[in-house]
Ligand binder design. Structure first.
Ligand SMILES: *[C@@H]1O[C@H](CO)[C@@H](O)[C@H](O)[C@H]1NC(C)=O
Ligand SMILES: [Zn+2]
Length: 336
């Protein structure tokens, strides 16, 4: 009888120890929950990359022409990688890992030698209309080693840290009014806790970041004069986190245009690179002319060059013509 009690005591102290260890493990994982990728720098002067969004249409709608110009600019800048802001495969993402669209819209389109670098992809709303897990699958990376796609992640490139955020689950209407679309919410439900966790993780990763430049990338707009308008859910939930952590820029797609908004109140630069294929929507909403530095409703892409002290952004059209350039110096910004 006495022995039995002792065993019970031992058992409960063991359970207690396990609980404490779990809490500790959980606590340290709060510090860093998003997957972290390290980018090994190639070019020591500056980090150069391209940004493209809303592209996968089997070469149509000028996708191939944009790809060609990306190859030329990529060569000139000796880029280290490409960032895709999502809506990678139209109309409805990939059907599965064997979907030939992966070749027709990606592998066989971006063929220039300078584009044979890693592509860091996020998902857009159209990607969620297919088999989402196909785009996240390592099988795609086996088919083409450039392909890296995660829902949300950190990319550490030394002087710059990128925070990729899965924005589609934020948008209410895809859940409440999906029209005739079917979304693949595998891994996202329950939506409220998915969103809350993600916001918490992005915030804590930003708080801890020691990088000189902090850039957040997501598919949906926060500030735009384009067709879709500002994504209200992101304005309410994500923007305050970007402001409190003083990020340098937010880069998105979704609106099929090239756009630069300099937000006077927060000092954050909002860049839209969503001109990878179908464009020319023609509708632009009024925006403060002092803030709207570029609005181009056609196809094209964006290049970024970042050093310790400077960032240079350039937007190009389908012929490679420069539409807009913008530069900032860190010192000047700190004094502003
Ligand atoms: C392709 O680009 C040219 C030049 O910008 C434009 O005039 C034309 O409408 C585009 N074609 C399509 C299908 O978007
Ligand atoms: Zn979209």
């Amino acid at each position: 009888m006495a022995r039995c009690l002792l065993n019970q005591h031992k058992l409960s102290s063991l359970i207690f120890t396990v609980i404490v260890l779990c809490l500790l493990a959980n606590h340290s994982s709060i510090a860093e929950k998003l997957p972290r990728l390290e980018h090994q720098r190639v070019n020591q002067q500056s980090l150069n990359f391209l940004v493209i969004g809303d592209w996968g249409r089997k070469g149509d709608y000028n996708q191939s022409y944009v790809a060609n110009q990306m190859g030329i600019v990529g060569e000139k800048l000796n880029i280290e990688f490409v960032i895709s802001t999502g809506d990678n495969f139209y109309e409805d993402g990939l059907e599965g890992v064997e979907d030939p669209a992966f070749y027709e819209s990606f592998v066989n389109i971006y063929t220039a030698p300078s584009l044979q670098k890693i592509w860091y992809n996020v998902l857009g709303n159209h990607d969620y209309r297919g088999d989402v897990e196909a785009q996240l699958s390592p099988i795609l990376s086996q088919k083409d080693s450039r392909w890296v796609c995660l829902r949300s992640f950190i990319l550490d490139a030394g002087i710059v840290e990128f925070f990729f955020v899965d924005t589609t689950p934020f948008v209410e209407k895809y859940f409440t009014d999906p029209e005739d679309h079917t979304y693949d919410w595998n891994g996202v439900l329950p939506r409220e806790s998915y969103r809350a966790e993600l916001l918490k993780d992005v915030d804590s990763a930003l708080v801890q970041s020691k990088a000189k430049w902090k850039i957040v990338v997501g598919h949906h707009t926060i500030k735009t004069a384009g067709h879709h308008g500002n994504t209200q859910e992101l304005v309410e939930l994500l923007l305050p986190i970007l402001k409190s952590n003083k990020v340098d820029a937010y880069i998105n797609g979704h609106d099929h245009c090239l756009e630069h908004i300099m937000d006077k109140e927060s000092g954050i630069q909002f860049f839209t690179s969503g001109g990878g294929s179908k464009a020319w929507r023609g509708d632009i909403q009024p925006w403060n002319a002092e803030e709207l530095k570029l609005y181009y409703d056609g196809q094209g892409f964006m290049s970024v060059q970042i050093s310790e002290t400077n960032a240079d952004i350039v937007f190009y059209d389908v012929f490679g013509k420069v539409l807009h350039t913008w530069s900032i110096s860190k010192e000047l910004k700190a004094n502003a």
